[in-house]
Structure formats: structure tokens, C-alpha cells
Design a protein around this ligand. Structure first.
Ligand code: NAP
Length: 345
């Protein structure tokens, strides 16, 4: 094994209680430093990404058979600080990855499960879960065609920002919903043709008056009433991609029941609703990571990171992970919420 000089211990976040209240679900634990085995690398995390589904994971929704304590956090970027035998990556290489144990200062992973990146830039993180979900989801389930109208909900968020840009790149007209004028300006900067601040304008009315023939594709992540509005706004042969329903993740209320008139609504428009869950498309991940990294490096897509622009201090250190999850749920974040776990080495 070759390695840098390492501390004797490190800290990670562990789910200790099954609940979607992230603050109650997790605790910071200190452990002895780990070593990579054959084919493995030890990563010193620089940045980790916050995802809306961190609260679903801590509630046990991803694997109901799993009992606490268990690791959490879906994605990160860091430096390789030790390599096991036959691990074909050098110490010092920056890598990014997706696993279910990212909220840790250090972690061991198989060397062939990570993506090397040219630098420890936090802006690579949003390309993973957020960028992949938008690009693969819109291509595979949305099947967008140039000239179509595409509606993106939570458009100024982690994945929404990429859905807007992916649809623009496909030659579509893009409508995006958000909750503030700052986000409206952000969406304009991404090329969004019709940002809608739903706190000021009624989404249903805007769609009815400005898009009377309906929208061809919807990238929907909010659920509840927003989902209902989106279904009602579908054009003939429209496709609605369900990627989430965030309004119901932490709500005490039961999810809205499917309305009995949904079959009629879809049939009479030859419209489709399709779910999208990124792990089911894992075969496409390497190809799309390459595409997204190339576009980012060429400056053809923007990857906006929010390390706490609307809070008094930046999200730095493992103790800020809970605040960062709550910040995302406050609706104030813009782009992808990212926490810096370790300073540059
Ligand atoms: N299917 C998949 O594989 C997959 C992968 C990644 C993400 N997702 C889904 O994509 C959605 C967005 O996730 P993200 O991680 O990128 O988060 P995000 O969009 O960065 O942050 C959440 C945003 O959702 C909007 N929102 C609307 N109603 C909300 C409510 N009741 N409570 C909290 N936020 C609300 C807020 O923006 P505005 O109010 O300004 O709209 C908020 O800023 C989630 O539904 C998530 O589950 C799915």
C-alpha cells in the first residue's frame, strides 16, 4: 500500500434512528482510520453533495430491511490518499463517486467505481446525481425533440438547473418554476425562456394563457398540487417525467391519492407519465458522466454550487451537513447544495 501521512481517526455521519427528520436521524461518529484493500483506494473527501432524498434514505425508504446504524450521503469528490495493491489510480488523483456512504471525512472505495476528474473543483459534484438525472431522465423518459415546450419544476435547484440547460441544448423552449425573483434571474442566466415565480404568478394561469396547446415534456419533482397542474397542462402526446415529489418527503400528510380521472386525462391526450430513478439506468452513467464533464470543461453548461449563499456562514465541516440538508428544504438554495468536508491538503 502507498499512502500520504494520515490522521489516526476520522469522522462520519451515521443514521442512528429511522426518520425523515434528518437532524433526529443522524449522529457524527469518530472511527479509527481505515486502510484500502486490494483494488481499493482511500479517499480524503473535499466536497459532498446534498440531495433531497437524503431524508428518504435516513427514513429507511431505500431499503426497508436495513436497520440503524448505517452510513449515508450519496456523492462526493476528494483526493486519493492511499491505494491498495492493484488499484490502478495514483495517490494524489482527484476522483468523484456515487455510493451510499459519502458523508464521511475519509472512505474506502473500489478503484474502478470512481471517476477521475482534473481538479478538486466543487462544480464537478452537481454533474453526478443532479446532472445525470436531468440528462438521462429527459433523454430516456422525456424523449424531447427540438422545438418542443419543456416545463421544469424546481428549476433553479440542484437537478432543475441541468434540466433547463439540457432541454435548451435539445432545441426546446423551456418554462421553469421557482419561488423567488433571485431564482428567476438565475433561470434567465441559464437560458430559461419563461421562468415562473410561483409565489407571484399562478402557474396554472400562465400555462393556460401562454401555452394553450399544452407542454410537450414535463420534468417534475415537486408532487402534490404542482404535479396535478403539470398533468393538466400536458399537450397531446405529452410526456411527464416523475423524478420526485419533494413536497411530500417531510410532510406529515399522506401522499395525495391518484385521482380517478387520471386514466381519462391521459387517454384523451395520448399522454404518458413515466417514473425515473437513476440507479435503474446505471448502464448509461459512464457515458453521461463523460458527456457532462466534457460540456462543463468546455464551458457549454453551467454547474452552479450553493455552499450557503443565503446563510451567515459557509457549509464547511461534517458538523454542517444537517444544516445543509435543512437549508435545501428551506427552499432558499440555488443550484446544488454542497458541503466542504476537508480543506485543501
Ligand atoms: N429520481 C431520481 O433518480 C432523482 C435524482 C435526484 C433528484 N431527484 C429529485 O429531484 C428533486 C430535486 O432534488 P434536488 O436534490 O435537486 O433538490 P433541489 O431542487 O436543489 O432543492 C429542492 C427545491 O425544491 C423546491 N421545492 C418545491 N416545493 C418544495 C417543498 N414543499 N419543500 C422543499 N422544497 C420544495 C424548492 O425550490 P422552489 O420552491 O424554488 O421551486 C427547493 O429549493 C427531488 O424531488 C428529488 O427527489 C430524483
Amino acid at each position: 500500500m502507498s499512502s500520504k501521512i494520515l490522521p489516526s481517526t476520522f469522522r462520519k455521519l451515521v443514521v442512528t434512528k429511522l426518520t425523515n427528520n434528518f437532524r433526529e436521524a443522524v449522529a457524527v461518529k469518530e472511527l479509527e482510520m481505515v486502510k484500502p484493500g486490494a483494488g481499493e483506494i482511500l479517499i480524503r473527501n473535499r466536497f459532498v453533495g446534498i440531495n433531497a432524498s437524503d431524508v428518504n434514505f435516513s427514513a429507511g425508504a431505500y431499503d426497508p430491511t436495513k436497520k440503524p446504524p448505517f452510513d449515508c450521503g450519496f456523492e462526493g469528490l476528494g483526493e486519493v490518499v492511499a491505494v491498495g495493491e492493484d488499484a490502478k489510480l495514483p495517490v494524489g488523483q482527484t476522483v468523484m463517486y456515487m455510493v451510499f456512504k459519502a458523508f464521511s471525512e475519509y472512505l474506502v472505495l473500489p478503484a474502478d467505481k470512481v471517476f477521475p476528474v482534473p481538479s478538486a473543483n466543487a462544480e464537478f459534484i452537481p454533474l453526478l446525481i443532479s446532472g445525470l438525472t436531468a440528462s438521462i431522465g429527459l433523454d430516456q423518459v422525456g424523449r424531447m425533440k427540438s422545438g418542443e415546450n419543456v416545463l421544469v419544476t424546481a428549476a433553479a435547484g440542484g437537478t432543475g438547473q441541468f434540466a433547463v440547460q439540457w432541454a435548451k441544448k435539445a432545441g426546446c423552449k423551456v418554462i421553469g418554476t421557482c419561488s423567488s425573483d433571485d431564482k428567476v434571474e438565475f433561470l434567465k442566466s441559464l437560458g430559461c425562456d419563461r421562468p415562473i415565480n410561483y409565489k407571484k404568478e399562478n402557474v396554472k394561469d400562465v400555462l393556460k394563457s401562454e401555452f394553450p396547446n399544452g407542454v410537450d415534456v414535463v420534468y417534475e419533482s415537486v408532487g402534490g398540487e404542482m404535479f396535478e397542474t403539470c398533468v393538466n397542462s400536458l399537450a397531446i402526446k405529452g410526456r411527464l417525467v416523475i423524478i420526485g415529489y419533494i413536497s411530500q418527503y417531510t410532510s406529515e400528510k399522506k401522499p395525495l391519492e391518484v385521482k380517478p380521472d387520471l386514466p381519462r386525462k391521459l387517454l384523451t391526450k395520448s399522454a404518458n407519465i413515466g417514473g425515473f430513478f437513476m440507479p435503474h439506468y446505471s448502464n448509461l452513467i459512464p457515458e453521461y458522466v463523460k458527456k457532462l464533464v466534457t460540456l462543463k470543461m468546455k464551458g457549454e453548461i453551467v454547474s452552479c454550487v450553493d455552499q450557503g449563499i443565503n446563510v451567515p456562514s459557509k457549509f464547511v465541516g461534517i458538523d454542517k451537513l444537517i444544516d445543509a440538508v435543512e437549508y435545501m428544504y428551506s427552499g432558499k438554495s440555488q443550484g446544488k447544495v454542497v458541503v466542504e468536508l476537508n480543506p485543501p491538503s
